[in-house]
Design a protein around this ligand. Structure first.
Ligand SMILES: [Ca+2]
Ligand SMILES: [Ca+2]
Length: 496
């Protein structure tokens, strides 16, 4: 009896385990959010950091739709909201994909504009110079999207172009930083496309964001991709002339070696194919990778349309096909995810305009505080802006140990910082007066020195019109061994 019961229990447990395994597998096949590694969100924010939290649109897999609505081909790079094919400068591919291409496209879709001039295009180098250590260093797509969340991105028009002439330069001028505040990212997500269900969701995002509108075209989204590019001649083929899209270039897999390269997925074509195993036919129902199963990994037909930042001369007008099946590559974890973004517009109501010099911008420490009582000796609420505290969010990927303006440039920099959330934190006040605190210092152990030359608090109405400006009096703005504290009574707190 005892033995029998034990056998019965272990059989039951084995059955349960199998059921759980099967349900885990089908669970894994569904469209889903993934944080595959430190390249998909800042590790400093912890495992619980939800990068879609502030987004307003449905999350991955929340809308269930009929795949029959999907056309066989989508190419969003042919839309006027998509910027030109860029030729990247330096190792800024991640930002050419995530900001100069994807953010630009999404912002134009949101604004109902087209990306036909620098006024509606966004630079690759503004966000890149926040995280590249002021060196020619690579970046991740999320770096640009986080910069857009925390600071915003100025237009290429006010920035001075999509590219900058020098590595590590920060823009000088309050108007540029103030404009950047208006163009933001509200959320971003990574997801795998390893199964047919996940592929359908991805195609749906590219076609109509999985949010079809009745009697109205929904303009689809884009994806950031990270591809392995070493020995890519081994995986680059030309589609035979008698096939659909004959003569065009196609990647059958990611390159067999090398490092990641940020590229933009702009669409798909279900008819594009290539005879990968050389059996004389293009199939999706033959086990070509010999794993005993027929899965998306065996598909020879169906490909993403990818835009590279190597100029219009590269491949087919800067574009190439990438087989759907190439996304299933256990040897290249980084490249097997699709990154999407949601953008938003924002009008700051309070800002700080500063003119500041510092010998080491990464060692600069800036705390901005406010109290509702004009006699307060300490702030009730404080703000430590990322860019002026060494980008703690990105840890080692900061703006470099160089002066404020950039390498070998001691010019004081005029910048803007959004204070809206700080003022919102204050409750109602009876006399409308409060106290403002600004402290400038340096990181522990640093020998950085600097000087605050100008400081003003600006307020705006909901449309962005300037309502008022309080210029702070600075007798001595130097800081270094000793911190510099600026305190002043402000008198228009009730102006919300
Ligand atoms: Ca074949
Ligand atoms: Ca197979």
């Amino acid at each position: 009896m005892h033995t029998h019961l034990r056998f019965g229990l272990s059989a039951l447990i084995a059955t349960l385990a199998l059921t759980l395994e099967a349900s885990a597998e089908s669970e894994n096949s569904k469209p889903q959010v993934a944080y595959p590694g430190s390249f998909s969100r800042p590790p400093s924010e912890g495992e619980g950091y939800n990068t879609w939290l502030d987004a307003v649109n449905p999350d991955i897999g929340e809308t269930k739709l009929d795949v029959a609505r999907l056309p066989s081909r989508v190419d969003n790079s042919s839309r006027p909201q998509f910027p030109p094919i860029y030729k990247q400068k330096w190792g800024a591919c991640g930002q050419f994909a995530s900001v100069a291409s994807i953010f630009t496209y999404e912002m134009n879709v949101l604004n109902g504009t087209i990306a036909d001039s620098d006024a509606t295009r966004f630079p690759a180098h503004f966000s890149w110079n926040m995280i590249n250590n002021a060196e020619n260093k690579g970046s991740e797509a999320y770096h640009g999207w986080e910069v857009a969340k925390r600071i915003g991105i100025p237009t290429a028009k006010s920035y001075g172009g999509v590219r900058h002439e020098k590595i590590g330069v920060w823009p000088n001028g309050y108007a540029i930083w103030r404009e950047a505040m208006e163009y933001r990212v509200s959320g971003y997500r990574y997801s795998p496309a390893n199964t047919i269900e996940q592929l359908y969701e991805a195609r749906g995002w590219l076609y109509d964001r999985n949010q079809p509108q009745a009697n109205q075209e929904t303009i689809g989204g884009l994806f950031a991709l990270d591809g392995r590019m070493g020995e890519r001649e081994k995986v680059t083929v030309t589609i035979p002339e008698d096939e659909h899209e004959g003569g065009k270039k196609l990647w059958t897999h990611w390159g067999p070696s090398g490092y990641g390269h940020g590229i933009t997925c702009v669409g798909y074509d279900d008819e594009v194919g290539y005879d990968v195993n050389g059996d004389g036919q293009i199939t999706n129902d033959i086990d070509i990778n010999d794993d005993g199963k027929i899965t998306l990994a065996d598909w020879e037909r169906g490909a993403y349309v990818v835009v590279n930042s190597w100029g219009e001369e590269w491949a087919n007008d800067g574009r190439i096909y990438l087989l759907y099946s190439a996304m299933i590559d256990p040897t290249w974890e980084r490249g097997n995810y699709l990154g999407r973004v949601e953008v938003s517009r924002y009008k700051p109501r309070r800002t700080l305009k500063l003119k500041v010099a510092c010998s080491d911008r990464t060692d600069l420490r800036m705390t901005i505080g406010i109290a509702g009582d004009k006699k307060a000796s300490a702030p009730e609420h404080v703000l430590t802006p990322q860019a002026f505290n060494g980008w703690p969010l990105f840890r080692g990927s900061n703006a470099g140990h160089v002066p404020m303006a950039g390498p070998d440039d001691n010019t004081p920099l005029e910048v803007g910082i959004d204070l809206t959330s700080l003022f919102k934190d204050l409750g109602p006040d009876k006399d409308g007066k409060g106290k403002f605190f600004l402290q400038l210092s340096r990181a522990d152990g640093s020998d950085a020195v600097g000087e605050l030359l100008e400081c003003a608090i600006l307020s705006y109405d909901a449309n962005g019109e300037l309502l008022g400006k309080t210029q702070l009096d600075i007798q001595d703005g130097t800081f270094g061994e000793s911190p510099r504290k600026i305190e002043t009574v402000i008198s228009d707190l009730d102006r919300k």
